[in-house]
Design a binder for this molecule. Structure first.
Ligand code: ADP
Ligand code: MG
Length: 706
């Protein structure tokens, strides 16, 4: 059977127009030009583009493609596509030749007016352009629509402002490369021609039965449950994490892997996560631009494959109250094109001066731009997670681990680090088991930004979010720190002394950002406040960090965002928040008013009828149990009805508020609390009302009956 003979090597990248395929299909000279532009930038002539387009189209058509699309990433956080077929006008004899020109490959013109632009684009300037991103390979998407050739593109306005997530990311990668090269040159590396950020995102998600999903308007409209009493069992037994994968889930994972491998995405690790019905997938890391594109495809493919298996994939950060939500650990490092990972400490980090300088620069950058980094992980769903003892706190800090912390301490106190703690042998105590070498550093799962061996792991990012913004921000702020260090060191008379002093200075000035303790503890919140670290609790509170003078200076200096682009993004964030909470509130109003409250009324009617019937049939019978229930239920019902009325009122008021920050705050401050007021009595009622009368599947049904 084909299942037994699945050959990953054969299918891997089958649906990608890889460099290898270009090499095979393009004339040598054209291929060399393409490769040179991918590696070093530059503009492609239209004649070359024509040749590439034809080869790409021929390959796509051979694989059944009928259409192509400029695939882009607007500020909605998801991807967008408009399909155009390769069909052209038939000739005299009625023959049609499939065509695709270089012009069509390089530039597209989707109507930009319906994408969020935060006021950058007036409605009368509807034009927007998509531009081919040659550094991310084209791929084929196969689904019910047929086979579509997807060309990764950047999306900008008529005036050239970025309207997407890719353009700033690419700009930040160029900035990082340029500044990091200055650093490695200082240490005698003359070979590297480019430096790039490598990223490996670990994607968490939930799977629930699709039929049950379709019975819940909250899941359909908002991606999370807005009502729901806890199931008798949650995650307290720790039996789901790394637990045996159920058959149905396993068969989903298998199909998902195949789809991803075909798309050249190196899906590597899969396991059950902490919460019931929660899982994780991690790919092998890639350069940041491709990693971002791939992660978008992963999320989309998860949803599609789930549907095929009668499942629904929930990517929301907090689909269920009371159990863990989902995040996306963004593993990030910096590598030169001659194979040096700048974050690899080596065996003796205390002697690795280049590593120590890079580390000191990152520590400085994270301290200075903690607010921006926090903002880059803010989205509506993540507000339910950050700081809730299941995800890092909303306070940014850096975990270095025992070994590096010790090195840093020596550097600050003595100006140099003479020694470094080493990993030791771990005795298992069983003669047949091998003794293991222990890492010099343990892990810390409560830190938002943790050093994990040869990379940092930014753990704040939400599961549904694009990882473009966090990586753009990281690249930008570290480029700035590199630039400032290089400005000083390139001028130094005595490089060794200067670099030594600079490392000590940065570490001393920014040591407050280093924290190796328990990020979930109350003490840390108080300690962080004492240290003057920002604690930005909500998405709405985080938006303003995008437009501070500090942020504008950073992003403008490296041509990543203009002030106008930053202001527009802030607007889009406020708008997104207001819209999302408005949808949640309206969904609650709908469900409470049309489903839950009527169910409670039916139940109380049945109860009342049963009291009369019992009393009539047997006047001596004790009906106090029914009466108790009726009293309790009626009280909760009245509480629900009151909250429902208030929710309608405050939602209407928020909807009428001035758009932007004022409106977002109205939803945050006045609508969200009333949503809780409505949920609380109705969740209690779910525990009382006859299960047959309760109109929506319970948490237990959803998370255990998969
Ligand atoms: P952990 O156990 O810390 O979660 P893993 O080895 O499972 O670490 O890696 C998690 C993710 O980090 C994977 O996607 C992996 O490819 C990625 N990763 C590993 N090394 C690097 C690196 N140098 N740069 C960026 N990502 C990396
Ligand atoms: Mg990890």
């Amino acid at each position: 059977m084909c299942e037994k003979t699945l050959n990953i090597e054969e299918i891997f990248g089958e649906n990608v127009f890889t460099l290898g395929k270009m090499k095979e299909r393009l004339p040598k000279k054209v291929y060399a030009e393409v490769k040179n532009i991918i590696d070093h930038g530059g503009e492609m002539s239209l004649a070359t583009a024509d040749v590439v387009a034809k080869a790409m189209k021929d390959w796509a058509v051979e694989h059944g493609a009928t259409h192509y699309t400029h695939w882009f990433q607007p500020l909605t956080g998801i991807t967008a596509e408009k399909h155009d077929s390769f069909v052209t006008n038939p000739d005299e004899e009625g023959h049609m030749l499939m065509e695709f020109s270089g012009k069509e490959l390089i530039k597209g013109e989707p109507d930009a007016s319906s994408f969020p632009s935060g006021g950058l684009r007036a409605t009368f300037e509807a034009r927007g352009y998509t531009a081919w991103d040659i550094t991310s390979p084209a791929f084929l998407k196969e689904d019910a629509t047929g086979v579509i050739l997807c060309i990764p593109t950047a999306f900008c306005s008529y005036k050239g402002e970025a309207l997407d997530k890719k353009t700033p990311l690419l700009r930040s990668l160029e900035a990082l490369s340029e500044q990091a090269l200055r650093i490695v040159r200082l240490f005698g590396n003359t070979e590297a021609t480019k430096v790039t950020a490598s990223v490996g995102p670990e994607q968490e998600y939930f799977l629930v039965d699709r039929d049950l999903y379709l019975q819940r308007k909250d899941l359909i409209y908002t991606g999370r449950t807005l009502f729901g009493a806890p199931a008798p069992k949650g995650q307290e037994m720790d039996d789901h994490y790394f637990g045996v994968i159920k058959e149905r889930i396993g068969s989903f994972m298998k199909d998902l892997n195949i789809e991803l491998w075909k798309l050249g995405i190196s899906a590597k690790t899969q396991h059950n996560e902490v919460a019931p019905a929660q899982h994780e997938l991690a790919p092998i890391f890639n350069n940041a631009n491709i990693a971002v594109d791939h992660n978008q495809v992963v999320m989309e493919t998860m949803k599609k494959v789930a549907q095929r298996h009668g499942l629904a994939c929930l990517l929301h950060e907090k689909p269920f109250a009371g159990v863990n939500g989902s995040g996306k650990h963004d593993n990030w490092s910096i590598c030169t094109d001659n194979g040096v990972n700048l974050l690899d400490p080596g065996d003796t980090p205390n002697q690795n001066i280049q590593f120590l300088l890079v580390l000191a620069c990152i520590i400085k950058a994270v301290d200075i731009h903690a607010d921006l980094l926090r903002q880059s992980a803010a989205n509506v769903g993540n507000d339910h997670r950050l700081g809730a003892n299941e995800a890092p706190p909303a306070i940014i800090s850096i975990f270095l681990g025992e070994q590096l912390e010790d090195v840093v301490k020596q550097l600050i106190e003595k100006g140099e680090a003479a020694s470094c703690k080493e990993g030791e042998r771990l005795y298992t105590g069983v003669s047949t088991l091998p003794d293991l070498m222990k890492d010099a550093t343990d892990r810390n799962r409560t830190s938002p930004f943790a050093f994990t061996g040869n990379k940092f792991e930014f753990r704040m990012v939400g599961s549904s979010d694009s990882i473009a913004s966090p990586n753009t921000t990281l690249n930008a702020m570290v480029a700035e720190a590199f630039c400032e260090a290089a400005d000083i060191l390139e001028k130094a008379d005595n490089f060794d002394m200067a670099v030594h002093d600079l490392i000590k200075e940065y570490l001393t000035e920014h040591q407050r950002i280093i924290f190796n303790g328990n990020g979930y503890s109350e003490e840390w919140v108080a300690e962080a406040e004492r240290r003057g670290l920002p604690n930005i609790k909500s998405m709405v509170d985080s938006v303003s960090s995008l437009t501070t003078e500090k942020a504008v200076k950073l992003f403008e200096k490296f041509h990543i965002f203009t002030r106008a682009e930053l202001e527009s993004r802030a607007e889009v964030l406020y708008e997104t928040y207001a819209k999302a909470i408005n949808i949640e509130a309206l969904t609650m109003i709908d469900m409470a008013g049309k489903q839950l409250i009527p169910a409670v009324i039916n139940y109380t009617t049945d109860l009342a009828a049963s009291i009369s019937a019992v009393s009539e049939a047997c006047p001596e019978a004790d009906t106090s149990a029914q009466k108790d229930l009726l009293i309790e239920t009626s009280a909760l019902l009245s509480e629900s009805q009151k909250a429902l009325k208030t929710l309608k009122k405050v939602t209407a008021a928020a909807a009428a508020a001035e758009e932007g920050e004022v409106q977002a705050r109205a939803y945050h401050d006045t609508v969200m609390p009333v949503m809780t007021d409505l949920r609380t009595p109705l969740d209690k009622l779910e525990m009382i009302v006859d299960k047959d009368l309760w109109p929506i599947p319970s948490y237990g049904d959803l998370t255990f009956e998969v």
